[in-house]
Design a protein around this ligand. Structure first.
Ligand SMILES: [Zn+2]
Length: 357
């Protein structure tokens, strides 16, 4: 089993890679190298370029896939002329964060720029550039790093590269356990522009219809779901709720295992469980609370009109992150355990129905 330090190294590497919707190549390369060192795993790609990693050998149950996305909100340079560039922003961030903001190329050692315009209706704009900036470059905000604090991990792209690290760590831990051989991982593309990779997989059924989906995310921390209070069994997102039975099974198993966790509606954003659930897959969702969601520093204060919008590294709690790995492992085993709630309600009714007579 990989040590905590090894898993944290994967986390640090993945969350610092350049990535954007449709341009996840650096992450895909990292994952391919990771899988190539484990010959009991098999990597394939579906027709949308989503990555599927499964365990070799006979499986006792139908598949359970933990799904995380490989992209993160970023700028993609679309034209360069002299000291001016045009860009497309792939992701969702309030327009105020674009005003005179500074960006830097991250896909290779490159130049920097200052935004001169942004049109929220098309997610495009222009920038004044310095140094080497080329068409096809991925750029990010020039971001402030938060001061180091105990248990806090900060990086440019926790959403959802921390999710990718967590599902790979969970898979790594399940290797060599025949009863968990049905567990695999799907790493998707283009989530930040509308769950597109997940929609492709769900709509075209690039994975078997009897697959149970665990959508793994970092999700905006809420006053009721703070950073550091444990990983979250997510009952729903901004647009819908998730599978009752699967969620109940995971919740009971997490309680039985004594795992510190939260059970919450995380409605600060959407997640891929919505896509899979809508197309008929039995789907639950797990996440860790995320600070500075989409690199929006001062987010809560900014929304209340109390502070300026400043681009920042995203933050999660390391103990939440390790808890999420534990929770994914627990969930993979729990999907086959009958939800006891109907039985206990029946017993309750039988013993107490005399109150109605
Ligand atoms: Zn996101």
């Amino acid at each position: 089993m990989a040590s905590r330090a090894a898993v944290e190294k994967w986390l640090a590497e993945l969350t610092h890679l350049p990535t954007a919707s449709g341009m996840e190549d650096a992450v895909i390369g990292w994952v391919e190298r990771w899988v190539s060192r484990r010959n009991d795993l098999k990597l394939s790609r579906d027709s949308g370029g989503n990555i599927l990693i499964t365990q070799k050998g006979r499986k006792k149950y139908s598949p359970v896939l933990a799904v995380a996305h490989m992209d993160h909100p970023a700028f993609v340079i679309t034209a360069v002329e002299g000291h001016n560039a045009s860009y497309e922003f792939r992701g969702g961030v309030n327009p105020e964060y674009f005003e005179n903001a500074r960006i830097e190329v991250v896909s290779r050692g490159g130049g920097t720029g200052t935004l001169t315009s942004y049109d929220p209706s098309s997610d495009t704009g222009t920038a004044r550039i310095r140094g080497d900036v080329r068409v096809g470059d991925i750029a990010m905000w020039k971001m402030r790093k938060p001061r180091p604090r105990k248990d806090i991990f900060a990086a440019p792209a926790c959403d959802d590269l921390a999710g990718c690290a967590a599902v790979l760590a969970a898979l790594d831990r399940m290797r060599g356990k025949p009863e968990l051989r049905h567990f695999g991982v799907m790493l998707t593309r283009a989530e930040e522009v509308g769950l597109i990779g997940a929609l492709h997989a769900a709509k075209l059924q690039t994975i078997p219809v009897d697959t149970r989906i665990l959508s793994i995310e970092t999700s905006r921390a809420l006053p009721t779901a703070p950073i550091g209070a444990g990983p979250v069994i997510r009952t729903g997102d901004r647009s819908t709720v998730f599978d009752r039975e699967l969620t109940n099974r995971i919740s009971r198993a997490a309680e039985a295992a004594g795992l510190r966790h939260q059970r919450k509606l995380m409605d600060g954003g959407g997640c891929e469980a919505t896509a899979f659930g809508a197309f008929g897959y039995q789907t639950a969702a797990l996440c860790v609370p995320l600070g500075y969601h989409h690199n929006r520093g001062n987010l809560d204060e900014f929304e209340e009109g109390l502070a300026a919008p400043v681009p920042m590294y995203e933050e999660i709690s390391l103990s939440d992150f390790h808890g999420l790995i534990d929770l994914v492992v627990i969930a993979a085993g729990a999907v086959e355990i009958e939800d006891p709630i109907l039985g206990s309600l029946n017993r309750l009714y039988e013993s107490h129905s005399h109150y109605l007579s």
